[in-house]
Ligand binder design. Structure first.
Ligand SMILES: Nc1ncnc2c1ncn2[C@@H]1O[C@H](COP(=O)(O)OP(=O)(O)OP(=O)(O)O)[C@@H](O)[C@H]1O
Ligand SMILES: [Mg+2]
Length: 266
């Protein structure tokens, strides 16, 4: 446990991750994220964006490096050494500090109502009593504009509504940071805006958020800064206007040119 300044809510140092002894998927990632930041991660397919989020959430244990979320630290020096109890305990604690919304809109249990979905983890994991969990869940559903949908089943929701319910469900655990892995990629264009708006609202409330996205306009407009990841490395990290208007690295320029078809300054 550490007592570091509140502004660096998340610290990642020299994080490395590979699978099955293959080449490094993440190769020495270092970044500090302040409380309240909205950070977009962009990069080509297969560059390690989802893996980075999964390491941050400790769904994957890092091979080596340092990770701090809030005041929970996880350090690993040797990938060949089995993770010890201290490390596993830290991973468990970090998971409890992080909310995650995945790609697609099948994040919800189909046999439970929206309200039951949002109440579930606080009751089961946090042992919250049902009344308090219901109150918390309704508060979060209201926040994402779904108070009226509490008794509906997931199959009756639109993709955008489902993703907003998934956000409410993650928020109900009172996370320190929200991670989103392409939360709008499976949505009709008309529904994308409502999900992005929820993230903007959460940003104005001071929530710390990290979003893997292909919504370049959103990344540019809403992010405090954008991280461009390529081949497991952070190539460039800058605020949206600077990154789009004047990318420093030829790799960033190439990606933006190909991906967005946008005119990128050379
Ligand atoms: N559990 C796993 N086992 C083995 N290889 C994996 C595993 N998860 C990811 N990989 C590999 O790691 C690399 C990075 O994958 P990742 O899903 O992080 O990429 P991404 O940047 O999120 O791509 P996309 O934009 O297509 O979602 C890929 O080559 C992928 O095949
Ligand atoms: Mg991915």
């Amino acid at each position: 446990m550490v007592n570091l300044p509140e502004e660096s809510l998340i610290v990642i140092k020299n994080l490395c991750k590979s699978f099955d002894d293959d080449a490094d998927i993440l190769n020495g990632i270092s970044i500090n994220i302040k409380k309240g930041d909205l950070v977009s991660i962009i990069g080509p397919s297969g560059c390690g964006k989802s893996t980075l989020l999964r390491c941050l959430n400790c769904l994957e244990l890092i091979d080596s490096g340092y990770l701090r979320v809030g005041n929970v630290e996880l350090r690993r020096d040797r990938p060949d050494k089995r993770p010890d109890d201290v490390m596993l305990d830290a991973a468990h604690k970090i998971r409890g500090e992080v909310g995650m919304v995945f790609q697609g809109y099948n994040n919800l249990f189909p046999h439970k109502t929206v309200l039951q979905n949002v109440m579930l983890a606080p009751v089961v994991v946090k042992k919250m009593n049902a009344e308090e969990a219901r109150e918390t869940a309704m508060k979060q559903l209201k926040k994402v504009g779904l108070a009226e949908y509490s008794n509906k089943y997931p199959s009756t929701l639109s993709g955008g509504e489902s993703q907003r319910a998934a956000i409410a469900r993650a928020l109900a655990m009172n996370p320190k940071v929200m991670l989103y892995d392409e939360p709008t990629s499976a949505l009709d264009p008309v529904l994308v805006g409502e999900v992005l708006q929820v993230m903007k609202d959460l940003d104005s409330e001071g929530m710390t958020q990290i979003i893997v996205t292909h919504e370049m306009q959103f990344a540019r407009d809403a992010s405090d800064y954008i991280v461009f990841l390529d081949k497991g490395e952070i190539v460039e990290c800058d605020d949206g206007d600077a990154l789009f208007a004047n990318p420093r690295s030829p790799r960033t320029r190439e990606f933006l040119r190909h991906f967005t078809g946008m005119a990128v300054a050379c």
